[in-house]
Design a protein around this ligand. Structure first.
Ligand SMILES: NC(=O)c1ccc[n+]([C@@H]2O[C@H](COP(=O)([O-])OP(=O)(O)OC[C@H]3O[C@@H](n4cnc5c(N)ncnc54)[C@H](OP(=O)(O)O)[C@@H]3O)[C@@H](O)[C@H]2O)c1
Length: 253
């Protein structure tokens, strides 16, 4: 058990990558706060973790709402007695170019991907600073490092997450807090299934997903979860400020 006795907060843990990260952290011994808005899915993830002998609790919060984030972090720290690992994973993608994307859509993409990362980190940091240790892991995207067609708000928001990671790395190194970032390529989660379902030519979109990479397959949520565990390992004291692409070689191409 590589993160035994650690307490991990995982946002967007009711689905996709966050669900896999929460389950993996629990398998590795962490007590996991499963955070999201959907209680039914959240309780389902918690039930799965407990059935396997892990420790988890669902905390319902909209991570774009400051009061809800503040209350959630306080509740997690009360429930588990401390906080060690924060995974800022909640995210949303809305297609569009700068010419077509509506202001409300732009704001929503920034609220869910960027403001949530700021808010959850902002309210977690006092706990991490107090104990002089902690690991924050921000989930950006391949889209945060390159331009993807028809994803202007998402590319800008995920690039902001990379920038925030670097700023936090510098600001909080002396506090014993490490901050790292993962940039996944396409992973088949409900987010991707919804994009395909809404696309007028889903086969063409799927072809785009594959053609961006050098691997013959897309990634799995478990590969992202494993990278999160690596970044969380307390012994990895030199590992901070990293931006890790897990994208089937898309950035290299
Ligand atoms: N899948 C990919 O190919 C891919 C690639 C690169 C990066 N990413 C990034 O990876 C992360 C996870 O994506 P995914 O594919 O797993 O997506 P997903 O299956 O759609 O899951 C998104 C999660 O975010 C949560 N969420 C959304 N808005 C929220 C809000 N306002 N408050 C609290 N939670 C909220 C959802 O929970 P509730 O519905 O319960 O609120 C859900 O658990 C995102 O940041 C995404 O941008 C994904």
């Amino acid at each position: 058990m590589r993160v035994a006795e650690q307490v991990a907060v995982v946002t967007g843990a009711t689905s996709g990558l966050g669900e896999a990260i929460a389950k993996r952290m629990a398998e590795e011994g962490a007590k996991v706060a499963v955070v999201g808005r959907n209680q039914k899915r959240g309780e389902g993830v918690v039930a799965h973790i407990r059935q396997k002998g892990g420790v988890a609790e669902f905390f319902q919060a909209d991570v774009t709402v400051e009061a809800e984030v503040e209350a959630m972090i306080e509740a997690v720290s009360r429930q588990f007695g401390k906080l060690d690992i924060v995974v800022n994973n909640a995210g949303v993608v809305i297609p569009g170019s700068v010419a077509t994307v509506k202001k409300e859509e732009w704001d929503e993409v920034f609220a869910v991907n960027v403001t949530s990362t700021y808010l959850v980190s902002h309210y977690s940091l006092p706990h991490l600073i107090k104990q002089k240790s902690g690991s924050i892991i921000n989930i950006s995207s391949e889209a945060g490092l390159k331009g993807l067609a028809n994803r202007a708000a998402y590319c800008a928001a995920k690039a902001a997450v990379v920038g925030m990671t670097k700023a936090m790395t510098v600001d909080h190194a002396a506090d014993g807090v490490r901050v790292n970032c993962i940039c996944p390529g396409t992973i088949e989660t409900p987010m991707i299934k919804e994009m395909l379902a809404k696309h007028p030519q889903p086969e063409e979109l799927m072809e785009q997903f594959f053609s961006r990479r050098v691997t013959p397959q897309l990634g799995t949520a478990e590969e992202i979860a494993e990278a999160c565990v690596y970044f969380a390992l307390p012994d990895n004291k030199y590992v901070t400020g990293a931006v890790l692409s897990i994208d089937g070689g898309a950035l290299a191409k």
